[in-house]
Design a binder for this molecule. Structure first.
Ligand SMILES: *Cc1c(COP(=O)(O)O)cnc(C)c1O
Length: 405
């Protein structure tokens, strides 16, 4: 039943709109029979890891799908990023956004590099040549851009800036599998790109990741760093790690790839509902993608204007009570998280700070369908209409809870 009055919100005593929780994130599972068949093969071969046949097959499939010379499977996206940094033989400062998943930045620290935070563009939410230029110093050696929400992170502007200043450019493409730039798949931008195949991403190996590059030398270094073994054949490569992907992970990821178009199609149908409904919302922007470019529609991201009748956090409280597990993304920014928050001279990142206050994700994945998306929109519209009366009531409700709880 559609709620028409704020007293019907679950946080004010009404019944939750959804009987089950709707999380954000993809969480796509392959059909059981296909999974079983793949695992029966693994057991039969008795070959579980160390560059097995499924990893080889996945590397070939990813390289073909993304139109790159090399795909190198890695145990997860964060280790892939650290290995990417090591392949570039960097020393010094790497310019990176703070409006990202902590793994982007932590990977640099594990690779022995110093992250320097640059602000992001208010429209794209990514680094731009302008925001990066302001942070270049004599110690800068590289820029790590993030294709946030699958949006290409200013590839033309950043490449030109990096070429001018002799900096390396590489990318965190964790959100961007199946997304395009200038008619080509993301994967061949900068010197090397890192993907995540975590369970919440559209391609899932449960855990997993991948590096892609058109540079033969960088690819060969990545393969060497990923694997401790064969040490006698590779002297002088420096730090190495066990970054290998197992056959079990590759099986999951291959099935995910097999069903990619179907998952993307479903994402797109849900996204279209949000797009159509959000067009009439005065103080909420749905982060949108141009129709001319390939996209995975992995995330539905809302930006709540400070002029809106209720805040981002109030809207999240309201939706959670309805079992709609909307999430703050990313809040706080990585510059405000340990160990970076303890650094002297915190950088001024006004756009990042505003986005950390106002941005949230709403569910978009296998547990959501178009009908559920419409009902989520109904809740948001009611919340916007009743916004002025909601904040005082929420405060009252939390007081009552504190007294009785
Ligand atoms: C998921 C993610 C990562 C890390 O990937 P893992 O596979 O979980 O290690 C890095 N950067 C971004 C932007 C991500 O969303």
């Amino acid at each position: 039943m559609k709620k028409t009055h704020l007293t019907q919100f679950a946080c004010f005593g009404g019944t939750p709109s959804f009987a089950e929780e709707l999380p954000v994130g993809q969480i796509n599972l392959p059909p059981w029979d296909e999974f079983e068949a793949m695992f029966a093969d693994i057991f039969q071969r008795g070959y579980y890891t160390n560059h097995g046949p499924l990893v080889a097959e996945l590397e070939t499939a990813v390289a073909r799908t993304l139109g790159v010379r090399h795909a190198i499977c890695i145990t997860n996206g964060t280790v892939a990023l650290a290995i990417a940094a090591l392949t570039l033989r960097l020393a010094g400062e790497v310019i990176v956004p703070a409006f990202t998943f902590p793994g982007t930045v932590q990977a640099l620290s594990w690779a022995g590099l110093k992250p320097v935070f640059a602000d992001v563009d208010p429209t794209t939410h990514t680094l731009s040549a302008t925001t990066v230029a302001a942070r270049i110093s004599p110690h800068s050696c590289a820029v790590l851009g993030v294709h946030l929400w699958g949006h290409p992170c200013d590839p033309v502007g950043l490449q030109a800036l990096c070429d001018d200043h002799g900096l390396q450019l590489f990318y965190d493409a964790a959100h961007a599998f199946g997304c395009g730039h200038a008619g080509r798949p993301i994967g061949g931008l900068g010197r090397i790109e890192a993907f995540s195949f975590h369970a919440t991403k559209i391609i899932s190996g449960a855990e997993g990741g991948c590096l892609t590059t058109d540079d033969d030398e960088v690819a060969s270094r990545a393969r060497t760093i990923r694997n401790f073994h064969q040490a006698e054949t590779f002297a002088n490569v420096g730090l190495r790690i066990n970054g290998k992907m197992s056959e079990a992970q590759a099986a999951m990821a291959l099935l995910s790839l097999r069903h990619f178009d179907r998952h993307r199609g479903r994402n797109r149908r849900i996204f279209d509902v949000y797009r159509q409904r959000a067009a009439t919302w005065p103080d909420i922007r749905l982060y949108d993608f141009p129709d001319g470019e390939a996209h995975n529609y992995q995330y539905a991201v809302l930006e709540i204007s400070p002029a809106a009748a209720l805040t981002r956090d109030e809207l999240i409280t309201l939706l959670h009570a309805e079992n709609v597990l909307a999430r703050r993304y990313f809040s706080p920014g990585v510059h405000r998280l340990s160990p970076y928050a303890e650094q002297p001279d915190p950088p001024a990142l006004p756009v990042t700070e505003a986005l950390c206050r106002n941005v949230m994700q709403i569910p978009l994945g296998p547990r959501v369908d178009a009908e559920a998306a419409h009902r989520i929109c109904d809740l948001i519209e009611l919340a916007l209409a009743e916004g002025g009366s909601i904040a005082p009531r929420l405060r009252q409700a939390s007081h009552t809870e504190a007294r009785t709880g």
